[in-house]
Design a protein around this ligand. Structure first.
Ligand code: NAD
Ligand code: IPM
Ligand code: MN
Length: 357
């Protein structure tokens, strides 16, 4: 049996509840495949601020560095919202991404049959939707210099949106090669009519495109893209975009699937090491109630098997099991009014049961 080190970072809010279900599923995989997982649970986010006075303790970063892959729940919550920027839970997430060199965030948006009625869009609009957002994750306005100053003219605040050539090149190459293995259609999203960084981005996409002659590439302004995602979502295949646009567009795209509780993500760098987390946050409004949908986290564990451990078959087994369970029961976020729903734990148990059949 091959042994893999998995760092677990449950985080805040619903994080611990949903990570527990994904761990159950990985333990079931251990029973049927020739792998063994050594889980190390470490703290990040608000809980780490409370326990250790910092959002990303050294031990957490070291454990994540040494692991083959990281599975994260979510961080953040109202308790820490007034904290100064270095003491915010979100800082942990940004630190992990940056320190581990995870510049590429893959957010696949796949329809699960039977869920169409839960989307706010009409079934005919959703038909054929299968897209992936490739979000640049360690650059742009998230990481540029931040300022807050008082001047004679009054106070100001600023966030610098900066991209270096190599940061754009590597994510664009990755998006092209993902497109080559899909429907060969790449949409690069920017705001080139206003932003210099976007014009730079567009130039680089144009320069790289001839290296992937089988991929059809088009450019779209981000405001139009936000609209097209609701108008004709099935016209997209691969969307590549900078950090903040990707954050916003992927939450929007989540609603095509019926719930943000269904959307997994993989954050990758140069090697096989990756960090896997649901696209959604810590959902403080439902934390501790046992009603969060763990599907996005379980599907993130499937991405972990696929991208970090090369276990494609096991990844597909989990994806089918989640689909099967969703055809039978729903968590509260997916249940129609007056429809019965299952708890977070029961959903996880059912995925385990579906896997063991
Ligand atoms: P959110 O994604 O946490 O919640 C938005 C809405 O979706 C809420 O109504 C919530 O109940 C619902 N929801 C989210 N996940 C769900 C699930 N699995 N099952 C059922 N319902 C679910 O976004 P928010 O409320 O804007 O942010 C809350 C906190 O989470 C903030 O502190 C934010 O910074 C943080 N956040 C963290 C991450 C992360 O750790 N990766 C991502 C996004 C937001
Ligand atoms: C996400 C989250 C994070 C982001 C926040 C919590 C820093 O919204 O992973 O989508 O904006 O990247
Ligand atoms: Mn987000």
């Amino acid at each position: 049996k091959t042994t893999y080190q998995i760092a677990l970072i449950p985080g805040d809010g619903i994080g611990p509840e949903i990570v527990a279900e994904a761990v159950k599923v990985l333990k079931q995989i251990e029973r049927t495949e020739s792998v063994q997982f050594e889980f190390s649970e470490v703290y990040a986010g608000g809980i780490a601020i409370d326990k250790f006075g910092e959002p990303l303790p050294d031990n957490t970063l070291t454990t994540a560095r040494l692991a083959d892959a990281v599975l994260l729940g979510a961080v953040g919550g109202p308790k820490w919202d007034q904290n100064p920027s270095h003491l915010r839970p979100e800082k942990a997430l940004l630190g992990l991404r940056k320190e581990l060199g995870l510049y590429s965030n893959l957010r696949p948006v796949t329809l699960i049959s039977g869920m169409e009625a839960r989307s706010t869009l009409k079934a005919e609009v959703l038909s054929g939707v299968d897209l992936i957002v490739v979000r640049e994750l360690t650059g742009g306005i998230y990481f540029g210099e931040k300022k807050r100053e008082k001047t004679a003219q009054g106070e100001f605040a600023s966030d610098l949106l900066i991209y270096h050539e190599h940061e754009i090149e590597r994510i664009v190459h990755q998006a092209f090669s993902i497109a080559q293995n899909r429907k060969k259609h790449l949409t690069s999203v920017d705001k080139a009519n206003v932003l210099e960084s976007s014009r730079f981005w567009r130039e680089i996409v144009e320069r790289i495109a001839p290296e992937y002659p089988d991929v059809q590439v088009n450019h779209m302004l981000v405001d139009n893209c936000a609209m097209q995602l609701l108008l004709r979502p099935s016209s997209f295949d691969v969307i590549v975009t900078e950090n903040m646009f990707g954050d916003i567009l992927s939450d929007e795209a989540a609603m095509l699937t019926g719930s943000i509780g269904l959307l997994p993500s993989a954050s990758l760098g140069e090697g096989t090491k990756g960090m896997y987390e649901p696209v959604h946050g810590s959902a403080p409004d439902i934390a501790g109630k046992g009603i969060a949908n763990p599907a996005a986290t379980i599907l993130s564990a499937a991405l972990l098997l696929r991208h970090s451990l090369g276990m494609e078959t096991a990844a597909q087994k989990i994806e089918s099991a989640v689909q099967k369970v969703l055809s039978q029961v729903r968590t509260a976020d997916l249940a129609a009014e007056n429809e019965e729903s299952v708890s977070t734990q029961e959903f996880g148990d059912r995925v385990v049961a579906a896997l063991s059949k």
